[in-house]
Write a protein that binds this ligand. Structure first.
Ligand code: ADP
Length: 211
């Protein structure tokens, strides 16, 4: 059985992740791939309870990071790794790059703390530096005014989405920095275009990834 592949989608709130994730699932299914769609924080019954706490309750910055990685551990062990082993493709709305962007970039968690937790939860046996990571990460990037206008029209805002503009500016900058540090894995998609134009680029990108 060939191992499945792991794709994560990222971006500031209102960038269009959910819109494009649904398109990606459809794209995969049309190619007869078995797809598991999931999200973080969440993705398991316990993870969804932690998500509700994370999105609604005030807490210390490091508690927030610990709970994010606790939910991620459960998600990896219960869902992501078994699905990949069974040959399924996993498409996940946010993964560790979001913790880097929101908790380190947005809130100021130290990179050392982030790396400790990343190593603990995503470390592979026998390799001190090798991490379990997505095979491909798509960061949907838009200017803040665009994302905020999109969110204003679309839904009730959670604890992160209600943050001030400078928080979202720091999150966006951290995402772009992360992309620059991981050019093999991360692709930045200009999401300040029509949905059709973005999906044309996604189709080309995915055709190349699947070839
Ligand atoms: P995210 O999941 O990144 O928070 P969504 O996919 O929920 O973002 O998109 C937020 C809102 O913006 C939705 O109403 C969606 O239809 C709209 N939207 C997403 N992408 C675009 C785009 N490229 N152009 C115009 N509107 C968009």
């Amino acid at each position: 059985m060939q191992r499945g592949r792991f794709i994560s989608v990222e971006g500031i709130d209102g960038a269009g992740k959910s819109t494009h994730l649904a398109w990606l699932v459809d794209y995969m299914q049309r190619r007869q791939l078995q797809v598991r769609q999931s999200r973080e924080p969440g993705g398991t019954p316990l993870g969804e309870k932690l998500r509700a706490l994370l999105l609604n309750d005030e807490m210390h910055l490091e508690t927030e990071a610990l709970l994010m990685f606790a939910a991620r551990n459960e998600h990896l062990q219960q869902v992501i790794l078994p699905a990949l082993t069974a040959g399924e493709w996993v498409l996940c709305d946010r993964f560790s790059d979001a913790t880097y962007a929101y908790q380190c970039g947005g809130r100021g968690l130290s990179i050392e703390r982030f790396m400790q937790l990343e190593q603990w939860v995503q470390g592979r046996d026998g390799g001190a530096t090798a991490l379990i990571e997505p095979d491909l990460t798509l960061i949907f990037d838009v200017p803040l005014d665009v994302s905020q206008a999109r969110m204003a029209n679309s839904r009730v805002l959670d604890r992160f989405e209600r943050e001030q503009a400078d928080f979202h500016a720091k999150v966006r900058a951290a995402y772009l920095q992360r992309a620059a540090e991981h050019p093999q894995r991360i692709r930045v998609i200009n999401a300040n275009r029509s949905i059709e134009a973005i999906q044309t680029e996604l189709a080309q990108l995915m055709d190349g990834f699947l070839a």
